[in-house]
Design a binder for this molecule. Structure first.
Ligand code: CP3
Length: 360
């Protein structure tokens, strides 16, 4: 897939960056490049979070977004699951709305709810008023990444951004939404306003990723968590070109790019076409079926149902074994959940899953 690990492969005009770590022993990077390392690598979406008592202790009295702009705190929270669980990758502790907040959008994260926007963006004037993100505005995140690159040793660090559709849904709906009705209505009734908004969000996501890449992240994941709400036709027309532009920026740095959404069984091919090296798969379809839908010769990430972490060990063990087996159909397989760790999960169970995957 044309993966070249050296930064020097970036096209002329690309920003100069400190030399990227090589990490030749990383099973995660190998699998993400479509190789078959000696063991299946594993990490968990939302591995840093409320399921860990050390996370709850550190976050006590600190609002989520304050934690995300504190380099020492975000670095420490990122390290916690690596120490406790022995996962094969760290994911930067941040949030998809961090670049919006940094740019000056009035947005907050309400515990138990998610991102909430003071004034929903629903017309051309509101879209035009959306601020741009300057790289300095996410300087604390970049500083956190630099601390992590020093402290993580051989463990690769995954950076991330929210994709234009998922970000747009929060901005347009004003908060989490089941039906995305205002978003879909805007998209179809005022397509030029939609495309203007999505293009601006693509710029913001790209600037956020660039800041992380220049500070040294080893891979990136584009979270289009809610894209599964769209038909493939709408995804291709209204979303793919914008997400593609964000993924192209990461492509300049030669790092593996993971593209993830929930309920995207019908969109997998299109999400790959957007420029992914690894396609994230939720639990709704088996990995071997996903590989078929993707047209083969691709790396996948997934796809244990997060709810099954509450099942008895024999049930969970059988599921993990099945997923590792089905993952052999892919060119590379990164074991993960189909979506994030739920806050009440027992971290001992996560640890047991890591050890089992490594033993298979
Ligand atoms: O995966 C990781 O460990 C890295 C950290 C991470 C967070 N958010 C931390 C977080 C990542 C990758 C995200 C991305 C994110 N944020 C997505 C895409 C991934 C997905 O889950 O689909 C989305 C949709 C959001 C928006 C968001 N932020 C939601 C829905 C919530 C949960 C609200 C709640 O309280 O249940 C947040 C807040 C958030 N982001 C928390 C964490 C650890 C919980 C805040 C807390 O601990 O108080």
């Amino acid at each position: 897939m044309g993966f070249v690990p050296q930064v020097s492969s970036a096209p002329a005009g690309a920003p100069s960056v400190s030399p990227r770590r090589a990490l030749p022993g990383s099973a995660f990077l190998a699998a993400a490049r479509g190789e078959r390392p000696a063991r299946v690598p594993v990490w968990f979406m939302r591995q840093a979070g409320r399921s860990l008592p050390e996370y709850r202790a550190l976050r006590e009295g600190v609002p989520m977004l304050d934690a995300c702009f504190d380099p020492e705190m975000l670095a420490e929270i990122t390290m916690q699951p690596v120490r406790r669980l022995g996962v094969d990758a760290a994911i930067l502790f941040s949030d998809i709305v961090v670049p919006l907040k940094a740019a000056g959008v009035d947005i907050d994260i309400v515990p138990g709810t998610g991102p909430v926007v003071a004034s929903p963006v629903r017309d051309a004037a509101a879209v035009r008023a959306l601020p741009k993100l300057e790289p300095e505005q996410v300087g604390q995140v970049a500083e956190g990444v630099r601390l992590l690159v020093e402290r993580l040793g051989e463990t690769p660090l995954i950076g991330f951004a929210g994709a234009p559709f998922t970000l747009a849904s929060y901005l347009i709906e004003g908060g989490p939404s089941r039906n995305h009705e205002h978003t879909k209505a805007l998209m179809h009734s005022q397509p030029e306003v939609w495309h203007d908004l999505a293009a601006r969000l693509a710029d913001i996501a790209a600037t956020f990723l660039r800041a992380q890449l220049e500070a040294g992240v080893d891979a990136v994941q584009l979270f289009d968590s809610w894209a599964g709400a769209l038909s493939e036709r709408d995804y291709r027309e209204f979303v793919l070109p914008h997400s593609s532009r964000v993924l192209a920026v990461a492509g300049e740095y030669g790092v593996p790019r993971i593209h993830f959404g929930v309920g995207t069984g019908e969109l997998l091919g299109a999400m790959r076409e957007a420029g992914a090296d690894v396609v994230g798969v939720d639990w709704r379809i088996p990995l071997d079926v996903a590989v078929q839908r993707l047209g083969g010769n691709v790396a996948v990430q997934g796809n244990l149902d997060p709810a099954l972490l509450y099942a008895s060990w024999p049930v969970l063990e059988a599921e993990v074994r099945r997923i590792v087996e089905e993952g052999r159909a892919a060119r590379g397989h990164v074991f993960n959940l189909g979506h994030g760790v739920l806050p009440s999960v027992d971290p001992e169970v996560l640890k047991r899953v890591v050890d089992l995957v490594h033993s298979l």
